[in-house]
Structure formats: structure tokens, C-alpha cells
Design a protein around this ligand. Sequence first.
Ligand code: S3P
Length: 423
Amino acid sequence: MKLLKTKAGLTGTLTVPADKSISHRSIMFGAISHGKTTVHNFLRAEDCLSTVAVFKALGVAINDEGKDIIIEGEGFENLQAPKKLLDAGNSGTTMRLVLGILAGQPFHSEIAGDASLNRRPMERVMGPLRTMGGNLQGEQGSEFPPIAIEGSKLSAITYEMPIASAQVKSAILFAALQAEGLTTIIEKEKSRNHTEEMIKQFGGKITVEDKKITVPGGQELVGQEVTVPGDISSAAFYLVAASLLPNSNLQLKHVGVNPTRTGILDVLQEMGANIQEAALDQQNQAADLLIKPALLKAVEIGGEIIPRLIDELPVIALAATQAEGTTIIHDAQELKVKETNRIDATAQELNKLGANIETTDDGMIIHGPTKLHGGVVDSHGDHRIGMMLQIAALLTEDPVELNNPEAINISYPNFFTDLNSLI
Ligand code: S3P
């Protein structure tokens, strides 16, 4: 498809779609809790709908009432054996977190995803779950889906995480809630903490001291009302676009600003961006973001900040192509095992438009500023690569065509309509 263009900047006000990570977890916590959970502002995008379908297949009553999603939870103990293969679609969060729930269930189940998800590593989750007593096997002894899970009783572990991953941490937390004893997780770096926050919100016990998390097993959670804030990972595309396009004056409403997710704000501000936070809603950890254009300069990005901006790195790389100097991104090897290899996909596609990006084992070296030109690019079937390329297209004079744009429906079905309303 031909991508959108603008001669001016981005102006106006936009409410970005609901947070994907929190939407997934709202369904999961609703399903394993007792009583009614109401989810306001649920993200109805393909990934989160995969989570809804999985829990319906596990016998949970979930109703989309148009505005809210209502879940009538009956606790871990009333999940039902699925009658067919569970389908996680493209969603790594669905598959990995659900493995933590299924590992402690007394029945047999099997879960698979689409071609991309079936190539993504699962041993990182299956390993610790097996140490807890879980019985999980990938296809033909491999670590890849489809994965078969046999009913098991779980016991607590102490687990020092070899990688920084909220999905792995969350899978272990869901297993720990069902296990006998006190589970301790020590994070490599602090990653998004929505699961820990929701254990508390749903009335559970959990202790967090810096990177050490402890959770007692055998807990009963109680249904709640959840308001999902806007997704900073979707806001990211506009943050970069409005920073780069002259004459922009943009307001993004009620964006989630949980500090485990705001690495992009820190990095863009360090690059010289003009982004202000206003109208802080402390209860839902959200704020309005006001963005005006600025001249950006190169930065070095690595270490503890990486998990706080991991999904935003492709669009940060685009920002760096327009910044003065050489930006170095390191410690980001996890990008290679996302929906696609995002180090290769980002460099390959932006270089087609005239960028100067070198790939490294754990990141990218981006030489800026470079003038981008038109061309034909590909999303690699990855929603975030597709949206990043649309933002790149706003910077070129000649048209840019995007192959496989439908991948964007994974997290942001209204992306083109929303963007169009600002140009
Ligand atoms: C997510 C965690 C991150 C992130 C993904 C969503 C989550 O993955 O990239 O988009 O909701 O827990 P990892 O935990 O594999 O880093």
C-alpha cells in the first residue's frame, strides 16, 4: 500500500489505543480470579483477541459488552480442559503467560501460534516451569510451539533470570500463584511490572524489593475493575513523528507512564526532544503528552534502560537517522527474537530509504542525519516495523510503498485513520 504523506507536521489531539500488555493481563487476571472483572478501554486488536479466545476455550465466561469487557472468573481451579488446540496467533505474551497458567492445571492442553510465533524461543519459559514441576514439551522435543502441557502440581522455586523479560517473569508469577511455597524471582534488569501490579490490584500478596520479587503460592484473587491506559508503545510512533516534523503541535491523551515503560521518554528527552507531561492520573499511571518539534542529537542507549524501551527501539532508530551524530544501541539482542528479527528488519528497511545503519550482535550503529527518500519497504509481518516505516514515509518527498501492512492490526487496527486525522 501507498503510505500517508504530509507537508506540514502532526497537529491536534489523539487518544492512542489501550495498552496491549495491560489488556492481555486484564483478561488473564479476570479469568483466574473469583467474581466479576470489568475492563474499561480494552484493546480490541488481534493479539489481545487471541488472549480472549484462549480463555474462552478454557471455559471462562468473557463478554464484550461493547464498551467494557466483563469476565466472570471462577478461579484457577475452575479452568476447563480445552477441546482443541489453543491458538495464540502472533502473540508471544499470550503464549508465554498462558504457559505459566496451564503448567499448574490438572489437565492436558496444547498451544500453538502462527508461523512467526512458532519460531520464537519458549525454553526460557518452559525451563523454569519444569523446575517448578511442570511438564511441558515443544514439538519433537524442541523448544518451539506447538507445546503440549500435562497436568502437574507445582512447587515454589528461587529463580535468577538469565535474561530481562517481563514475559518470562510473568509466566513464573502465574505458576507461583498456584505453587506450594514461596517463589522468589531475581530479575536481571527491571522489566515492565504490570503482572506484579495486578497481583496487588486483584488482592494478592507479593513483595518487590528492587529486582527481587517474592510470591506465596496457593493464593485466591478477587475480580476487579480495570481501566487500561493508552499504550506508550503506540504513542511512540507519534512522539517520534511530531519531534521530527516541523510545525508539529500534538497532544496525546491518557498515555500510560508506568516508569518501567517510559524509557522512550528518557531517551527522546536526552536527544533534545520537546515533550511535556501534563494531567497526571496517578491511580492509572497515565498522563497527557505534549510534543513539539526539536533538533535531535545522537545518544548511546544500553544497559538497564533497554527493557524499558525494548518495543520502541525500531522507531527510536528512525529518530536516530535524523539526529546529529552517531547513535549506538547495545545490549538489545532480545530484538532478534521478537515478531521478526527487529535489528535486521529495521536496518534493512530504513537503509532502503537512504538511512545509514550498521547492525551489530546486540544492536545498531546509526549514522545521522541522513535524508530519507522514497522506495518500497516491507513490514516483515511485524506490526511495529510496519508503523515505524509509515513514520519514515512522512519524512520523504517521494512516495513510500509498504508491503504486508496488515501486520499493523496486531496492536493498532486504526493506525492509518488516527495518523490521517493529525495531518
Ligand atoms: C511484553 C514483554 C516484552 C515485550 C512484549 C510485551 C509483555 O517481551 O517485548 O511486546 O507484555 O510482557 P519480553 O518479555 O520477551 O521482553
